[in-house]
Each structure stands twice: as C-alpha cells, then as structure tokens.
Unconditional design. Sequence first.
Lengths: 190, 149
Amino acid sequence: MTMTDEELELRLRRDLAELGALPPAAPRERRAAGRNRPMLTMAVALAVVLVLIGVSVAIAWSGDTGNGPAGPLPRVHTILEQPASVTGSSISIVAKPFTQVCEGWRILPSGVDCVNLQAHYVWSPGARNGPYTFSVIEDVGRPDKKLDLEGTVKGAYPLFKTVSVRGNRARLFGMPNVGEAGDVVTMVWN
Amino acid sequence: MDEAALDDLFREHVDALVRLGFLLIGSETVAEDLVQDVFARLARRAHLVEHPEAYLRRSVVNAARSWQRRRRLELRHARVEISRNASLDARELADALRVLTARERAVVVLHYYEGRSIGEVAEVLGCPRGTAASLQSRALTKLRRVIER
C-alpha cells in the first residue's frame, strides 16, 4: 500500500521524535553492535591487539621506556588495575604491576591532581609522542566522572583525541604540551 | 561572551545538539565529538558570533555533513546506534535515513524533528529556499521507496 505524503510526514515526525528522545545507547549495547562487525574487521583488531601486547611485553622486559634516545626516560611502573575514584578535581589510582597495554595506552600510576594530568600515547613501536599534558580528560557518558579543571569550561577545549581503554571511551581535550619532561602519568578508569 | 556564559550555553544546549547530531549521523559517539568540537570553535571566536545558538546549530549540521562526506563508504555499512527501546518503526526509519545524502538528511531532520520551516532550513544549510524544498522532495521520495519496499 502506498503511503500518502501526509502519512509519510506524520511518520517522520513521530519516529524522529522517538529517536531523538531516546536515552543514549548503553555502553553494553555499543559493544554488542561492535560484535556484529564483519569478521575481517575483528580479525584485524585482534592482530593489532596481539602486536601491541607483544610490543609491550618486549618493552617491559627490556626496560626501555621508548621515549626516544634524546629525551629523558620516564619510569614505567604499573598499569591501572582498579577503576580510579574521582573526588572533586582529583583522582586516586590503585595500580598493579605493568602487565598489559590497553589499545595503545600505557597506564601508569599516580595519585595526581587533574591539573597536572599527563598522558603518554604509544603510536607505534619505536615511535612515540609525548608525554602530553591535557586540559581536561573526560570519561564519556559518565559526567559524574569527568575530570575537569576547577572552573574550566569543557566546551572551550578542542577534542584532541578519543581513545578506547578497556572498552570505554576516554576523551582528551586541549592541546598537548609536546616534549615536556617529567614522569609520564595518566588516568583512565573503568 | 565570557567563560561563564559559554559554560551556561554548553550546559543548556549540549544535549539537544548531540541529539541533532545523532539524527544527522546515526552515531551518538561521533555526534558527541562533533558537538564538542563545535563548542571549542565557538569558544575561540565567541567575540565574533552574534547569535551563538544559531551558530551552534549551523556548525553541527555542517560538521555532520563534512563527517559524512569523509566517511561515505563506512557509513554505507555501519550499524546505526539505536537504543533497544526503540520501536520497530523508528529502527526502520533510522536505517532508511542512510539512503539520504547529507543535505537531504539535514533537511529531513531540521524540518521534521526540529520543526523548522523550509525557509529556516535553507538558512541553516546556506542555500536558497527552492533548493531546500527540492532536497526535501527528493528525500521524501527516497524514504518512501525504502520504507514501502
């Protein structure tokens, strides 16, 4: 049966209103959607993860922090094991020995005020950038866990990068201070 | 515009803009990122913007179009992020929207979701009113074809 223009327009208004009003898809649903990707994509992702794990193990074993020969060598200690708790503008992290890399991110220990949050991103074996200092780091979809400089407008910072850590998205805002010396520190939580 | 005003603007409009972006793109996660970038741009040039709300809406639509242009192939095969609570009709429509071009989709969303007149839609898209009307007509034809299939 053919819909009239009025019926089609009515349906568009109704269904778009429904789609626009729905609460965000839960992270679990997003992950479920990810499972439906073609097998090839999954195979490539698995290969990338395996390579990253291999590289991280090699680096940890050799003690090379990979900051490049010219730069200072930040200490590589541990990886975040428990979710960090966020209280006000600071976080505390419970850490365990470094055992893995989370999709390119090396999670290092610290109990730091978010004003000095730094993140170290591993682009590829042997080539690194950072450490970076970011203005704001936010756990997407959980505004209660947003790390924000006190009195800072999140919207005032450009999104630098969205990364995935243990299946959760974390967004880094602000421009990085490339080449800043010091220990590499970051936070990300479950 | 000072920081406090920008903060208020962000809190007041971010949700609506993300929903608009979601309907334009089909991905809430991408929509969030686009809206964030739009606010960042506004913050840098706030002193030049006379009507921040209109600027934000137009920027989100433009950002969505740019994103769709870059990811055309990926979009064709991507799954639309929809809550499981969505009705079958809504799911069907979300899928059907993918056959539209970025501009056609923008016209549909702005007109039928936001309730804007075709004249206002044309203003947001930066095109003549006749072009917007023509885009609307083409979009309806395509949607009807998909929905009735």
